[in-house]
Every structure is written in structure tokens, then in C-alpha cells.
Design a protein around this ligand. Structure first.
Ligand SMILES: *Cc1c(COP(=O)(O)O)cnc(C)c1O
Length: 377
């Protein structure tokens, strides 16, 4: 990578993080048993107004444990947005459940509520997994009302909306269970890490058990199979240190979003991300743009051109209903969800790391504009 290449994400690891990690090593707590893990669980739960936090090894594991904790019957169906990361559908499939993918809204890129309502008519649907997308919340008021009407369980995936509020409540504070990832590109990072939040004592206990191999009261005797999904004290210590700066990180992300908005306001051929929708203000966790149909290049071609110009960029999610792995399992047979199919091919996101500078973002915006203005070179 050239020295002046602008990576798509650079986390902000500061001196306070290094001190927190050094202090953790010094304390002797390096496994999952240390007070750092319990303190991080408490801090994230308090941040989101929740009773319980269960720290796990990553956000995908959080989804696996959350879905398994619901104890739905094999073959029960779970609604999710097709426009999301594979972890969401994988958690449903691995629990022996059937994912029902619905399309996203063309402007917010979050789950289409009307389509979720239609899908919930199926009596085998027992749960819904709303996913906030790229820093913008999905409409948890409408989805919560749907779940209430139909008696559906709700697993809220808040990995992309740390700190964002929806109708006045923090994302991660909705549903029976909610999940976070603390991967390095997430707003608050623990390197690798995740968390499940819930207000339900029994669900919290079940998630703790699933996280730790489902040890019975007599150690090494198991009534059920769990996993080792434990978070280490070192990760939790980093998380605590990062969480103290979460509001500053959020303000910085929004400033980056505003900077891109200003730099790209009159750029041709793109749709920019909405600053607010669904009862919340975007954190611009990533700054995504969608190329219009008149533009001759697709997202992959634009990403390649940006790379040539020294700018990192990533394509949008590939829809769950178009994933070869699920199609081979006989899932999503004949399903067409045109909005997600289109933005998967036309959408990309620009550098947005907390460790990058405004100059980096100016260069990224200028490089994108140059491509939009002369796609044929
Ligand atoms: C990042 C992410 C995950 C997965 O988190 P990992 O920690 O990478 O396993 C899950 N859901 C969403 C929406 C994400 O963005």
C-alpha cells in the first residue's frame, strides 16, 4: 500500500487505550473472568438503558447466541432485511430456522416496513431481526408495533448504529435482545468483540450459558451444547476506554458526514446518504453513495478507479437472497428484491475512519468527483 493511500477505515487508538491495556495486563486479568468484562458489560448496558449486557467474542457470535437463546422451534421463520451482512442470516440458519428476506427502502437502505408487515402474515414467522444500516436506524417504532401485534420476538442488530438514537431511545435498547459488534471498523472497538443486551433476566442467563459451553451446575456436565464465545479482559479494557470517547467519536463521524455532504452536494450521478430518517439522525458510520442508472460504471469499477487514485472504498452488502451458499441450501428460491439487488451493484462507501484526516476525505471526494465527471477517462 502506498504511503499516501487513504484506507477505508483507520480506527482511533489513542494513548488512553494503550494505558488501559497496559493496566489490564498489569492487573493479571487476561482471560474472561476479570472485572473488566463485567464493567464493560455494565457500561454498554447503561449506555443503552438495558438491564443486562453479555460480552462475547464478536458481533456474529452475538447474533448466533441471541437467536439460539430464543428457543424457537425448528422450521420457524425469522424476517430479516436482505440488505445486511451474512452473520444475520447465518445465525438464523444455524439455529435451524428459516430466514425470510425482505427488501430495503431505496432512500434509507433499511428494512422496508410495509414488506416486513406483509411477510409477517405468514403464521410460521415467529421473530424479526431489524438491522440498522450504515449509521441510520431502521424504524423501530413501526417494527416494534408490528412485533407486538403479531407476537414476534425481536433481535435488534445495532452493530452499525453505536450511539444513534431512534425515536429518542438509544439503538441497542430495543427488542427482546440486541447485539453489537466491536470490530475495528465499528464506532467503538475492542479489536474483535461483541455484546448482547437484554432486559430479560432469563434470556441474559441463557446467553451467558451459551457463551460458556453451557456448563451445568456440576462443571463438565452439559445438558445442552453451547460455544466458547467469551470476551477477554484485554478486549473489555480497550472497550471501556473507547466507550468513554464514544460521544466524541459520534460527533466526529457526523462531522465527516457533513464534510462529504458539502464536498459532494453538486456531484453528478450519485445519491448521498440521508442525514436523518426513521426517527433518528445518522451517525454516518460509513458514508455510502449509490450511482444512478445513467452512470456507465458500476460500483466495482468505480472502486477500482478510486484505488488507482489512492483511495480505499468498499462495495455495499450483497443481498442475502442472492448468496450462493443459501441458494444451494434451497433458501430464497425465486425471491427477487429489486432495491437491494440494485444498490448492491451501484453502491459503495468512502473512507471514514476516525483516524483519518479531513484532508484524506477531501482527496477521496475529489477522486470520486473526477470519476463521476469523466467516467471514460
Ligand atoms: C459488523 C457487523 C456484524 C458482525 O460483527 P463481527 O464482529 O464482524 O462478527 C453484524 N451485523 C452487522 C450489521 C455488522 O455491521
Amino acid at each position: 500500500m502506498a504511503a499516501d493511500f487513504v484506507p477505508v477505515n483507520v480506527p482511533q487508538i489513542g494513548p488512553e487505550d494503550r494505558e488501559a491495556l497496559a493496566a489490564c495486563v498489569e492487573s493479571g486479568w487476561i482471560g474472561a473472568e476479570g472485572p473488566q468484562v463485567a464493567a464493560f458489560e455494565r457500561a454498554v448496558a447503561d449506555w443503552c438503558g438495558r438491564r443486562h449486557g453479555v460480552a462475547v467474542s464478536n458481533g456474529s457470535a452475538a447474533l448466533d447466541a441471541a437467536v439460539a437463546a430464543l428457543r424457537l422451534a425448528p422450521g420457524d421463520k425469522v424476517i430479516l432485511p436482505t440488505f445486511t451482512i451474512v452473520s444475520c442470516a447465518a445465525a438464523i440458519v444455524r439455529a435451524g430456522l428459516v430466514p425470510v428476506a425482505v427488501d430495503c427502502d431505496p432512500e434509507t437502505w433499511t428494512i422496508d416496513v410495509a414488506q416486513a408487515e406483509a411477510a409477517a402474515e405468514d403464521p410460521r414467522v415467529r421473530a424479526i431481526m431489524p438491522v440498522h444500516i450504515y449509521g441510520l436506524p431502521c424504524d423501530m417504532a413501526a417494527l416494534g408495533a408490528l412485533a407486538e401485534r403479531r407476537g414476534l420476538k425481536v433481535v435488534e442488530d445495532a452493530a452499525e448504529a453505536h450511539g444513534v438514537t431512534c425515536h429518542g431511545r438509544r439503538c441497542g435498547g430495543f427488542g427482546d435482545l440486541s447485539t453489537f459488534s466491536f470490530y475495528p471498523n465499528k464506532l467503538v472497538t475492542t479489536g474483535e468483540g461483541g455484546m448482547i443486551l437484554t432486559d430479560d433476566d432469563a434470556l441474559a442467563e441463557r446467553c451467558r450459558s451459551l457463551r460458556n459451553l453451557c456448563f451445568g451446575p456440576r462443571r463438565f456436565v452439559h445438558e445442552e451444547l453451547g460455544w466458547n464465545l467469551r470476551m477477554s479482559s484485554l478486549q473489555a479494557a480497550l472497550g471501556l476506554s473507547q466507550l468513554r470517547r464514544a460521544e466524541a467519536f459520534l460527533a466526529r463521524k457526523r462531522a465527516i458526514g457533513a464534510l462529504y455532504d458539502a464536498l459532494l452536494a453538486d456531484a453528478p450521478h450519485i445519491r448521498r446518504p440521508l442525514p436523518e430518517a426513521n426517527g433518528g439522525r445518522s451517525s454516518y458510520w460509513v458514508y455510502g453513495v449509490v450511482l444512478d442508472d445513467a452512470f456507465p460504471l458500476d460500483a466495482d469499477a468505480v472502486i477500482a478507479r478510486l484505488a488507482d487514485a489512492g483511495i480505499g472504498a468498499r462495495p455495499f452488502f450483497w443481498p442475502m437472497h442472492e448468496q450462493p451458499v443459501f441458494r444451494r441450501m434451497g433458501l430464497f428460491d425465486g425471491v427477487r428484491l429489486p432495491v437491494a439487488e440494485r444498490i448492491a451493484r451501484r453502491g459503495l462507501y468512502l473512507p471514514g475512519g476516525l483516524g483519518s484526516s479531513d484532508d484524506d476525505f477531501r482527496r477521496a471526494a475529489a477522486a470520486l468527483r473526477a470519476i463521476l465527471e469523466s467516467p471514460t477517462r
